[in-house]
Design a binder for this molecule. Structure first.
Ligand SMILES: [Zn+2]
Length: 395
């Protein structure tokens, strides 16, 4: 066998072994050999080098009355840290996770303008603070991924962020030059899909996520790969026309889906109807609970338009799992049932329709998972999210 092939196979085996260790949490060498179908000699050699690199650790289980338990292997979760950043309009959110994707530190910074160099300096300052926090670990800050609420090219250039009015921005290059850490840029809906797969739906090979938070975005993950289109812009589903000659959208067309079925459109319509400014989701939940007619009618209208678009998405993708990320719907207990009953076509098929449980942190968590994937050189990390572990692991 030529050397190149041997090196490639070694790399594939390493990736498989790490994936299985992450998935299992703790596993013995013998079990690892079974689940990977690799020989004991291969496992032994690979494990030795992973131990050497401090990527994994050994734990000697306690003696039990049935004899000595085997030495277990697990990922050395504090060997390095990933930083996930959500770059939203008016606010930047940061979450630092360990190598198992468990958040160990997070915070938010309010942004009062949209000027690129001002925002870049805020990012550099915060990233350097996080980098310092990780100095004591073996690999320190292993990478940064940033959730972009706009179009990102396949070369990770920001093509356009509507709310910040940024065009053709080389944020990755600028940040990497300033902080000397690998930076990945990814669309927010894509990171949502990544988070759902990495943290919750470990078995899914066909997952479609729709976020309704500001506009409407779509993330498509098929066989653990994001489907991004030719330039990287696939998933701008908010601009699918659902109402011919409807409301004018900032994109230049009329009747775009997000003018009818995004949370911001719902808030705008209900505020106008009730003549109340700045309605909060908590307030809307209270109105729904006390059976307020106007709020319920607006909700029916919202679900009607949401279902029109979902019907189209389902017919394009025939998804196994379709996840909707929406704070509004998560506060309305009947939402899933109402949506399902509006999707009654004999042709459209999906296996599961769910409201996202990852919540507001989904973009940052997806970003952390993406960094971990790159660092460990595996296809997809199977992680577990638990809020209770937050702030307790950073040493
Ligand atoms: Zn539009």
């Amino acid at each position: 066998m030529p050397n190149g092939d041997a090196a490639y196979i070694k790399k594939l085996n390493r990736s498989l072994i790490i994936s299985k260790i992450v998935e299992a949490g703790m596993i013995s060498r013998a079990e690892l050999s079974k689940v990977t179908a690799l020989t004991k000699a291969t496992i032994s050699a690979q494990v030795a080098s992973l131990l050497e690199e401090d990527i994994i650790i050994e734990t000697q289980q306690d003696y039990s009355n049935v004899g000595r338990k085997p030495i277990m292997l697990s990922l050395n979760e504090t060997a390095g840290y990933a930083l996930g950043i959500d770059l939203d309009y008016g606010q930047i959110s940061f979450t630092l996770s360990n190598l198992l994707g468990r958040p160990v530190s997070s915070d938010k910074v309010k942004i009062h303008d949209t000027n690129y160099s001002n925002i870049l300096s805020v990012l550099v300052k915060k990233i350097n603070e996080y980098k310092d926090k990780c100095l004591m670990s073996r690999y320190g800050l292993i990478g940064i991924a940033i959730s972009i609420h706009g179009l990102v090219t396949t070369d990770e250039i920001i093509h356009y962020i509507p709310r910040l009015q940024w065009h053709e921005i080389a944020l990755k290059e600028d940040l990497e030059a300033a902080v000397k850490v690998n930076v990945y840029l990814e669309n927010n809906a894509n990171l949502l899909a990544f988070a759902e797969r990495a943290y919750t739906h470990h078995k899914s090979d066909n997952l479609v996520c729709i976020t309704l938070r500001s506009g409407i975005g779509l993330g498509i993950l098929i066989n653990n790969k994001l489907s991004k289109g030719h330039d990287g812009y696939a998933g701008e589903i908010g601009h699918m026309i659902v109402q011919p000659n409807g409301e004018l959208c900032a994109c230049g067309n009329k009747g775009c889906w997000e003018k009818y079925a995004s949370e911001s459109s719902f808030l705008k319509n209900l505020s106008q109807r009730k003549q109340v400014r700045n309605m909060s989701f908590k307030h809307i939940e209270e109105e729904l609970n006390r059976k307020d007619i106007e709020t319920h009618q607006e909700m029916e209208n919202f679900i009607h338009y949401l279902s029109i678009g979902l019907n189209n998405v389902i017919n394009i993708y025939n998804p196994e799992i379709l996840i909707i990320d929406s704070e509004l719907l998560s506060r309305y207990p009947d939402s899933i049932q109402k949506i399902k009953s509006s999707l009654s076509s004999s042709i459209s098929h999906y296996r599961e329709l769910l409201i996202s449980s990852t919540g507001k942190k989904a973009y940052e968590l997806g970003a952390c998972a993406l960094v971990i994937k790159h660092f460990l050189e595996i296809t997809m990390p199977n992680l577990v999210y638990s809020e209770s572990t937050e702030s307790s692991l950073l040493k």
